[in-house]
Design a protein around this ligand. Structure first.
Ligand code: MN
Length: 228
């Protein structure tokens, strides 16, 4: 059988040290996974645990690419995040076995139409229009875990036009990587190709057309995008 029209292409990311591509299946994101960011958004991290939402896989932008300022928003924010790239899927994965499912890591941006997200929160509506829009998931190349191991600490930072805006460490994650994978696998069947954006620390802020964004996670990699 053939498709009635050409099947959409598979979103993919380069892999450091390899000429193969990493095919992206789903994108999961953790909300409020750093206490200081939960507080800056007006929430109490001691009373409200992190949670999940999703972005569409074809919203990936490779490092070095352009981020076209999206329509229907006057307040678009960057959120610098550690990204976990799964190489193996499963359901009800235990914390002890979680890291066996990781292919590698990357540095990603959870771009957010903050005004639309805020309106959705107020009315109790879903977050898609604030979070899952076109070009909303820039991501660096994937660094295989076989080369760098499984990091539990490392500086996470972002600069806009050379000025530091977020400066934290992945050891500040409320849900660490095994915990995140284990919890998520109880809610969804995870798959090879799934990316998990693990959340952002304090210091999120607005960008404008012409901004040059550069960020990274120590020991993993860097990402650069231009706002056009
Ligand atoms: Mn985020």
């Amino acid at each position: 059988m053939t498709y009635v029209f050409d099947a959409p292409s598979v979103p993919a990311l380069p892999i450091r040290g390899s000429d193969k591509l990493y095919p992206v299946h789903r994108i999961y994101c953790v909300g409020r996974n750093y206490a200081d960011h939960a507080r800056e958004m007006g929430h109490d991290p001691d009373r409200e645990p992190p949670f999940f939402f999703q972005k569409n896989p074809d919203t990936i932008v490779q490092s070095g690419g352009d981020f076209p300022y999206p329509d229907k928003s006057e307040n678009v924010h960057y959120e610098m995040e550690l990204v976990v790239a799964l190489g193996k899927g499963g359901k009800d994965i235990s914390r002890n076995q979680a890291l066996d499912h990781v292919f590698g890591y990357a540095a990603g941006l959870d771009m957010t139409r903050r005004d639309l997200q805020g309106a959705a929160k107020k009315t109790g509506r879903p977050w898609e229009i604030g979070k899952a829009f076109d070009f909303s998931a820039p991501c660096s190349e994937i660094v295989p875990a076989v080369n760098i191991g499984h990091p539990s600490k490392g500086r996470l930072w972002i600069e806009v036009n050379g000025e530091i805006r977020q400066d934290s460490n992945i050891d500040q994650l409320i849900w660490d990587i095994p915990e995140t994978i284990s919890y998520l696998s109880g809610l969804f069947t995870l798959s090879a190709g799934d990316l998990i954006y693990t959340g952002t620390p304090a210091g999120v802020g607005a960008i404008v057309r012409g901004d040059q964004i550069k960020g990274g996670v120590e020991g993993i990699g860097e990402i650069r995008i231009s706002v056009t």
